[in-house]
Design a protein around this ligand. Structure first.
Ligand code: IMO
Ligand code: MG
Length: 422
């Protein structure tokens, strides 16, 4: 009965979760997003066509799969409809989408408030994606949010009116233009009509699948160090992209979970503000950015780049109970002459391998590195671990040793087939 597998980001997002999800989708009957919203950006390349998903589970490309947006997800209806339309343009019927009636809806005022709050933070800004994610989750926990089941019902109008009235008080106080309830209602009720057919009780649906022994793949967005509880608070997102989020965001208890796959890159990256111990604000960081095309899928921002951090990775493995690792961009890091791997931090003169999210700790820790030889050559054709060059194997082996966790997937290029499975 343990037929649920989970893919999670181990670091600050953009680890290439989409690629691993795409591979694992072959054996899955359900693909489920459980947290976050369109702050995510997952790219999958199929037969030369690149798809960028922000909201839809990437598993939706497999029409034998039922794609689910769980109750923990926050949904911008406009963005969702755009993604559905784009799939239709590419010949997909999108008959395989199911949206939890409990998922919350991102409204225009959430997006405005996201920008406004960032402005107010001044130099302490978080660097959010300004998609309204934080304010939507605020309303959810404050209990004034609009769920999908409200959105498609008759009382949407009333709920919206109250919300707009309350938000206008805030907007006015900050000198912003007030919103027109009717205008929003007219636009959004059209979206509600279009989305209605997808809305259902996804929790019961998933539990029927569990009983039928059908494979379920939970697709993490964001990542461990962006988690509201376990990440580098306040430089985090407003949800739990860690393992607990799977249960609260779908209704699937931990007893049904089998593999928890932690996705990393052979180096690291971060978008937005916040501490980053192994960041390379130098030519190396610039080179990694260019070689790895490290520009945001969602915001197009250049990503901050640096070395892989084992201290942070071991923390991610610990808090999520990751059973194995998927490493992407081994080809990219192999283009460098020398590769560094952070194996410990030095904080207040002492060496430590215990990761903490305390700001003073992260801002004042120095990375201690081991160095490896790069120049892997073209590894995109390697189909097995044994075919990899010695230098690449040494790097992989050392990561496994330091984490005591098997690396089961190795990404060797951007295309779907550039993957080694062990
Ligand atoms: P995927 O799924 C990378 C970051 C933002 C910002 C912080 C808070 O592609 O890995 P938010 O808009 O969520 O309130 O922003 O979190 N962030 C991500 N960074 N990849 C993501 O998703 C991210 N989702 C949010 O840049 O620093
Ligand atoms: Mg991203």
């Amino acid at each position: 009965m343990k037929n649920v597998n989970v893919v999670l980001g181990a670091f600050y997002g953009d680890e290439g979760k989409g690629k691993i999800i795409d591979y694992l989708s072959k054996d899955a009957r359900y693909a489920v997003r459980f947290s976050g919203g369109n702050n995510a950006g997952h790219q999958v390349e199929v037969n030369g066509t690149k798809f960028a998903f922000h909201l839809l589970p990437s598993g939706i490309l497999n029409e034998n799969i039922k794609a689910i947006l769980g109750n923990g997800v926050v949904i911008d209806p406009k963005v969702l409809l755009e993604e559905i339309d784009n799939l239709k343009k590419h010949g997909y019927k999108v008959n395989n989408l199911y949206i939890s009636e409990k998922a919350h809806v991102i409204m225009p005022y959430h997006i405005i408030l996201d920008g406004l709050l960032e402005e107010c933070r001044g130099n302490n800004k978080i660097g959010t994606t300004k998609r309204g994610i934080g304010p939507c989750y605020c309303d959810k926990f404050e209990r004034s949010g609009i769920r999908m089941e409200d959105f498609i019902s008759n009382h949407f109008k009333e709920l919206l009116e109250i919300n707009v009235k309350n938000k206008n008080v805030i907007l006015k106080a900050y000198g912003y233009e007030e919103l027109d309830f009717k205008e929003i209602y007219n636009e959004y009720q059209k979206y509600a009509k279009e989305l209605k057919k997808y809305v259902t009780d996804t929790t019961t649906m998933l539990h029927k699948a569990i009983k039928n022994n059908e494979n379920i793949l939970c697709e993490g967005a964001q990542a461990t160090l962006l988690d509201i509880d376990f990440g580098s608070y306040p430089y985090v997102t407003s949800s739990n992209p860690t393992i607990g989020g799977v249960s609260t965001g779908t209704g699937i208890g931990s007893r049904y979970i089998n593999d928890v796959i932690g996705v990393i890159k052979a180096y690291s990256s971060r978008v937005g503000e916040g501490p980053y111990v192994t960041e390379q604000k130098n030519e190396i960081g610039d080179k990694i950015r260019e070689l790895g095309h490290e520009y945001g899928t969602t915001t197009k921002r250049p990503r901050r780049c640096g070395w892989l951090d084992i201290v942070a990775l071991n923390y991610a493995i610990m808090v999520n109970g990751m059973t194995c690792i998927a490493i992407n961009h081994l080809d990219t890091i192999g283009k460098l002459d020398k590769i560094k791997l952070c194996v410990a931090y030095k904080y207040q003169g002492k060496e430590t391998t215990d990761f903490r999210t305390n700001m003073d700790f992260l801002n004042n820790s120095e990375a201690i590195y081991e160095e490896f030889d790069g120049n892997f050559g073209d590894i995109s054709k390697c189909k097995t671990y044994d075919e990899l060059p010695e230098n690449a194997k040494k790097y992989i082996k050392r990561i496994e040793e330091l984490t005591n966790t098997p690396i089961r997937f190795i990404g060797t290029g951007a295309a779907r087939e550039n993957i080694i499975v062990r």
